[in-house]
Write a protein that binds this ligand. Structure first.
Ligand code: NIG
Ligand code: FE
Length: 432
């Protein structure tokens, strides 16, 4: 029985080029359907395109959403974030504006370890309560699936506390939350001079305990000069695999560290950052099917605009996903829409590539391509309706208030019309 009909859409961006006509830039089709509707039943997409005006399928109430002149996309997937944290680091931002580097700040006791100190002092409940408004804000910009990493506890109890908070955040609001264990995000101060002992703790205590409680789906490592070496990353990701955790990696953010190669070697589902990844590493990632996750919010947040070579990765045939990397240190941005603007202007991705990066490819980066990231019959009815005339408007309007509605599992979970005072209601995108 159908329970939701979206009708009269100006464009439906299915992100499924196999099922829907490709009418867009060469080989990187977004599966654009010009005009039509989407029929949803039992939380899943039943039909896309010409679905009629008010199909008489079943007897239950059919909710109808008129998307006249609007654009429908799959719910956005934010495939790399650190959304659960305590405290903020605006003073570090000011230091970077004045020329200090991210790594210098970290060496002086700031950086990840300053958030670790605050997370260790916070209760699980405080972590949940500070995260929930962030998730609400993400939902309002179209995100319906988000990956969230631990990595600010850096000891057994605090990593477990973070992961339990991440699980509660997932239960308490509509966005699907995918939990990642990132015990190897930094070396905590008490192990700075005993790094092997900390790696042993991650391998022998944290990974088994996290898996025993079923608290994570992925395992991640910050593989970078001065942080985790390629060898350490390999052993942690392999141990995670032994316990059923799928590997992903923070790779070659500030220097070529052999991390892209490790990503390919361990069969990582995705690798993030990649600003300094070697050509060999990228080629190996392509062979291994590892998704490249680009995080242009970091170029902005570090006040040192240097962006990964998206064009090269696309030319190599890699699937290129985009994510916010939302965190209090390097990327204090939780809107994928802003990320799409940065990706287009600074990494020269086309609007089509950016759209695929936030949907289809991002879903693959978190192993969810069978259920989300594209609109075809059988997929989850996770949808975003944009108050824009064309999908290219999405990256064009930096920070625009352009989301009309968000649907998660067939239910309308955000509807901007209900939040606007009636008089100012308008369908013009310039309203944002
Ligand atoms: O992906 N680079 C490592 N981790 C995060 C930053 C975390 C932080 O500074 O708190 C990142 O950019
Ligand atoms: Fe990150």
């Amino acid at each position: 029985m159908a329970d939701l009909l979206i009708k009269n859409a100006g464009q439906i961006v299915t992100c499924d080029p196999l099922l829907f006509d490709s009418s867009d830039d060469g080989g990187r089709s977004i599966g654009l359907v010009d005009g039509g509707g989407i029929l949803v039943s039992d939380g899943r997409i039943q039909a896309v395109g010409d679905v009629g005006d008010r199909p008489s399928l079943g007897t239950g109430a059919l909710e109808v959403l008129d998307a006249s002149g609007m654009v429908v996309l799959p719910g956005l997937v934010d495939c790399h974030t650190h959304t659960v944290f305590a405290g903020t680091r605006e003073k570090e931002y000011e230091m970077r504006i004045s020329g200090a580097s991210y790594m210098e700040i970290a060496e002086q006791g700031g950086g990840i370890n300053s958030t670790v100190a605050q997370v260790r002092r916070a209760s699980e409940e405080e972590l949940v309560n500070t995260a929930l408004p962030r998730l609400r804000s993400m939902l309002r910009s179209g995100t319906t699936t988000v990956e969230v990493k631990s990595g600010y506890g850096l000891d057994l109890d605090n990593e477990i506390k973070m992961l339990r908070a991440i699980a509660k955040v997932g239960e308490a609001q509509p966005i699907d939350v995918i939990p990642t264990f990132l015990g190897a995000h930094e070396f905590p101060p008490e192990y700075r001079d005993a790094r092997d002992r900390y790696v042993a703790l991650v391998l022998d205590e944290m990974i088994p305990a996290v898996c025993e409680e079923g608290l994570a789906e992925f395992c991640d490592v910050f593989c970078e000069q001065g942080v985790y070496t390629a060898e350490q990353a390999r052993s942690i990701l392999e141990r995670g695999k032994d316990h059923g955790l799928k590997p992903m990696i923070h790779a070659d953010e500030f220097a070529e560290s052999g991390a892209a190669e490790i990503a390919a070697e361990v069969g990582a589902v995705c690798a993030g950052h990649l600003g300094f990844a070697s050509e060999d590493g990228l080629t190996a990632m392509k062979r291994a099917g590892t998704v490249a996750v680009l995080l242009p919010g970091v170029g902005f947040g570090l006040a040192k605009p240097r962006f990964a070579d998206a064009g090269r990765m696309l030319d190599l045939g890699l699937d290129v996903a985009l994510a916010t990397d939302f965190n209090p240190g390097s990327s204090m941005v939780n809107s994928l829409l802003i990320i799409s603007s940065l990706a287009c202007s600074f990494m020269k991705m086309t609007p089509s590539e950016a759209v695929l990066g936030m949907t289809r490819h991002a879903a693959r980066a978190v192993g969810r391509e069978d259920s989300v990231g594209s609109l075809s019959p059988g997929k989850n009815a996770d949808l975003v309706v944009f108050r824009v005339p064309d999908f290219r408007y999405i990256p064009y309007h930096l920070g625009g208030d352009i989301v009309e509605a968000v649907i998660k599992g067939g239910k309308v979970v955000f509807n901007s019309a209900q939040e606007r005072p009636r008089k100012s209601r308008t369908s013009s995108p310039e309203a944002g």
